[in-house]
Structures are given as structure tokens and as C-alpha cells.
Design a protein around this ligand. Structure first.
Ligand code: HEC
Length: 447
């Protein structure tokens, strides 16, 4: 996509390394939050459905609290989800341009779908809150008068509440699959040219393993977070009756056991399937650390189940955050190893670009470069002998005869001159580019 190419800056090796570190930091925000939102919504919808089926209000209330906890607050979706996901797209554009792979397009679609998913999840959150605050009291005969408007509000709230959760989950699922497909494709440079549509993107065991690891880590993280909020931080707002407390404990511990046990298996499988060139000792040790952390967390969960104890729930949560982070670091390390070759290419391009600039800065002949800039940029608005958007050069240039500096200064920073034309927009040229095009124009206009 050409539009994306226009966003690209030239990078040196240092810039590329810096971009990779920024990418890692952004993933540290984006992935845990998305995981929390994704699995939190699933758990919430599960409790809501079960509560409605059994006519158990306490469960529906729990569902509302879980979606509230796991979406944090009304701005979090944007700050911790959408903005980082846009940042990831922009960074990949910088890192992978001219690589010939479709990763950037995949990430672009993933971003759009993710955005829609976040909107639906927050819609679900709002309708759940509204339901408990207004709709339920009205239905159970509070003193509020039901007029037509209110009845309409209630029925539309009901509909949105029942569909938005599922839609949100589905959209997030697709978006995350695309993200992990892209991450694993970016690791596997051999496939860059061959993968051109979503099906072949997802025809990758590695992508699915990354996605599964993400899902498993999300569930353990979310379960750990819920435990932590109820049993450690409980005094700050979230309160559970004894019955709900027990149910919550049972469910979250179950989730932790199932998904935490899956994690080491997924990691091992991933290590065996990763292409050799992206496998380094650091990737390997990283996976080993993940596994150790998972077992530590499982151990604490077991203790928690037997003895309870608020502090343990805190440890469990922190451990699962660490497990999640090791997953992020692992993918990034693999990507760094795999894209070294492409980084070298980008760096060579950069050096060539610098060389060109330097040559342009000397006293030599810039007319080739000047002509290029004129054709690419200026000629959309200027001709030599005809009025276009701007005045013909034949009219304006004579006054710059012998005043090259004034011309260069106008081109790099145009000011308003002639009342019968609009002002010329700044073309953002670098000083020696402005100089090159100025020389070219002066050498041409008299011809
Ligand atoms: C988007 C249209 C647009 C583009 C692109 C554009 N110009 Fe212009 N240019 C104008 C307009 C409009 C004016 C008249 C401004 C005025 O008189 O205030 C102008 C005026 C000028 C003048 C006359 C200044 C004077 O003293 O009267 C020069 C020289 C010039 N442009 C050079 C360039 C060069 C070199 C480029 C390419 C790097 C360029 N322009 C790109 C619209 C454009």
C-alpha cells in the first residue's frame, strides 16, 4: 500500500533497535490489557447466561462486576487498547517497509477489527451497568413510572446487552488471531513472499500456538486479577456475599488450573516448531523461565485453595503478569533474531540515503536530484510557462536572478506573496533538497 510507504522515515541501525524496544514496551501494555478484556468478557458472558438461566440475580451481578473489573474504566479501552494497537501498526510500517510482505496490511485490518471489538465490549459493559442500575429495579416494581420512552430504553438495552458481549468477543478473537498471525509471520522471514491472504497467514501452527499461549495466559491473568480484586483489594469496593465468594473462588481456581497447565505444553510445542534461525539461547531460556513461573503460580493457587489468604491471591496475580511478560519478550526476541537480515537491508538503504544527501550538500551538480524533486512535488502545481495552481516559473523566477539564497529560503519556507494566488503550502523539503530544486529551476526557466 503506497499510503503506508509515505509514512516511512529512513532508519539507521540505531533507530531500528530503538523501534524494536518501543515495540516491546507497547506490547507490554497492549497484550495484557487485551487479554484481560478478552477473557474477562468471556467469563462475564458465561456468568450472565448462567445467572439468567437459573434466575440467579447474584450471578448476573457478578457478571456485571467482572466486566467492570476487566475493562478497568471507561477510558482504558482507548488508552491501553486502541492507542497501543495503532502504535504497533505504525512501528511495523517503519520496520518492515520494502520487505515485500503483507504483514502491514494484515495489521491494518486487525486494527480496524480490534477497534470495533473494543466498542462492542464497552457497549456490553454499559448495558450491564444500566441494566442493574435502572432496568432491573423498574422490572421488579420500583416506584419509577414506566412511560413509553423508558420501555423503549429497556427493550433496546436488553437487546444490546444480549448481543454486544458475544459480538465483542468474536471481533477481538479475529483481531488477535490476525495480530499473532502477523507476529509469527514477521518471525518466519521465509514465508514473507508467499503469504498473501488471511488463510495462508493463519495456515501456520506457530500463529495458532502463539494465539493459544496468549489465550491461556489471558485466562490465568484475568482469573488472577479477579481473585486479587476480590480477596486482596476487596476492601476497596468489590464485595461478595459468602455464596458468591465461594463460587468465584471455585471458578477462578478451576480456570487457573486448566489454563496454567496448558501453558508449558504450548510453550514446548512452540520451541520445537520455531524456525531454526529465530531460535536463540535467549528465546530458549525465556521459555524455561515461563515454565518455572507457571509452576510457582500453580503451587500458590493450590495453597490458596486449601488455606485461602488474601496475600496469596496477590502473589498469584503478580506471577501471572510475569508469565505473560515472558511470552511478550519471547516473541520479540524471536522477531529481533529473525529480522536482523531485513534490518541490515534497511540500514544499507539508510546509508545510501545519507550518502545521497551528502553528495547533494557538496558543490557538485544537483540537477538530477533537483529535476526529480520538481517532477515529483512541484510539477503538480507549477509549470514553467503556464499558470497552474501556482504562477508559471517564467514569471516568478527572474526576480530571483542572482538571489539564490532568497529562492531557497522561499522554497523551504514559503510566505504569502501574490494576492491573486493562494499561499503556497510548505513542501517540507530538507535544506539541500530545496537548494537542488532551486538550482534546477534557475538553470531551466530561460530555456
Ligand atoms: C500545492 C501547490 C504547490 C506546490 C506543490 C508547490 N507550489 Fe510553489 N506556489 C504555489 C502557489 C499557490 C504559489 C503562489 C504563492 C503566492 O504568490 O503567495 C507558489 C509560488 C511559488 C514560487 C514563486 C514565489 C514568488 O516569489 O513569487 C516559487 C519559486 C515556487 N512556488 C516554487 C515551488 C517549488 C520549487 C515547489 C516544489 C518543491 C513548489 N513551488 C511546489 C503552489 C504550489
Amino acid at each position: 500500500m503506497e499510503f503506508f510507504d509515505s509514512l516511512v522515515l529512513h532508519q539507521s541501525q540505531e533507530h531500528i533497535a530503538l523501534l524494536n524496544y518501543i515495540l516491546m514496551v507497547v506490547y507490554f501494555i497492549f497484550l495484557p490489557f487485551s487479554g484481560l478484556m478478552f477473557s474477562g468478557t468471556i467469563i462475564s458472558v458465561y456468568f450472565k447466561r448462567r445467572g439468567e438461566k437459573e434466575g440467579n440475580k447474584a450471578l448476573v451481578h457478578l457478571a456485571k462486576e467482572i466486566i467492570q473489573i476487566s475493562t478497568i474504566n471507561k477510558n482504558a479501552g482507548f488508552i491501553l487498547g486502541v492507542a497501543p494497537s495503532l502504535a504497533i501498526l505504525l512501528i511495523y510500517i517503519q520496520l518492515l517497509h520494502s520487505s515485500g510482505s503483507y504483514i502491514i496490511s494484515f495489521l491494518f485490518f486487525s486494527f480496524m477489527i480490534y477497534l470495533a471489538g473494543v466498542i462492542f465490549v464497552y457497549l456490553y459493559r454499559y448495558t450491564m451497568i444500566l441494566d442493574e442500575a435502572i432496568v432491573s429495579p423498574v422490572k421488579s416494581g420500583s416506584s419509577l413510572q414506566i412511560n413509553e420512552d423508558l420501555a423503549r430504553l429497556i427493550s433496546s438495552n436488553e437487546k444490546t446487552k444480549n448481543s454486544s458481549g458475544i459480538v465483542g468477543i468474536t471481533l477481538l478473537l479475529i483481531a488477535m488471531l490476525l495480530v499473532f498471525g502477523s507476529i509469527s509471520l514477521s518471525i518466519n522471514t521465509n514465508r514473507w513472499n508467499e503469504v498473501q491472504n488471511v488463510f495462508s497467514l493463519l495456515f501456520s501452527l506457530n500463529a495458532w500456538l502463539s494465539f493459544l499461549f496468549f489465550t491461556a495466559s489471558s485466562f490465568t491473568l484475568t482469573a488472577g486479577f479477579i481473585l486479587f480484586r476480590y480477596f486482596y483489594w476487596g476492601k476497596n469496593g468489590v464485595e461478595a456475599s459468602e455464596e458468591i465468594g465461594k463460587l468465584l473462588k471455585r471458578t477462578t481456581v478451576k480456570i487457573i488450573f486448566v489454563f496454567a497447565l496448558a501453558q508449558p505444553l504450548i510453550l514446548l510445542a512452540g520451541l520445537f516448531l520455531l524456525p531454526d534461525f529465530s531460535l536463540s539461547t535467549s528465546v530458549f531460556y525465556n521459555s524455561v523461565i515461563s515454565v518455572i513461573l507457571v509452576f510457582l503460580a500453580l503451587n500458590f493457587t493450590y495453597l490458596f485453595l486449601r488455606e485461602g489468604g488474601a496475600r496469596l491471591s496477590g502473589y498469584i496475580f503478580i506471577l501471572f503478569i510475569c508469565v505473560f511478560s515472558t511470552g511478550v519478550v519471547k516473541d520479540q526476541l524471536a522477531m529481533l533474531n529473525a529480522t536482523t537480515k531485513h534490518s541490515v537491508l534497511l540500514n544499507t538503504e539508510y546509508e545510501k540515503y545519507i550518502m545521497e544527501l551528502k553528495e547533494g550538500g557538496g558543490a557538485g551538480d544537483f540537477s538530477a536530484k533537483g529535476e526529480q524533486i520538481y517532477k515529483k512535488i512541484c510539477s503538480t502545481c507549477h509549470k514553467f510557462d503556464q499558470k497552474l495552481v501556482g504562477p508559471p516559473y517564467k514569471e516568478t523566477l527572474p526576480k530571483y536572478e542572482g538571489k539564490m539564497d532568497a529562492l531557497v529560503s522561499f522554497i523551504s519556507n514559503p510566505v504569502k506573496i501574490n494576492a491573486s494566488y493562494p499561499a503556497m503550502p510548505n513542501q517540507g523539503l530538507k535544506p539541500n533538497e530545496a537548494k537542488a530544486v532551486a538550482q534546477y529551476l534557475m538553470s531551466q526557466y530561460k530555456k
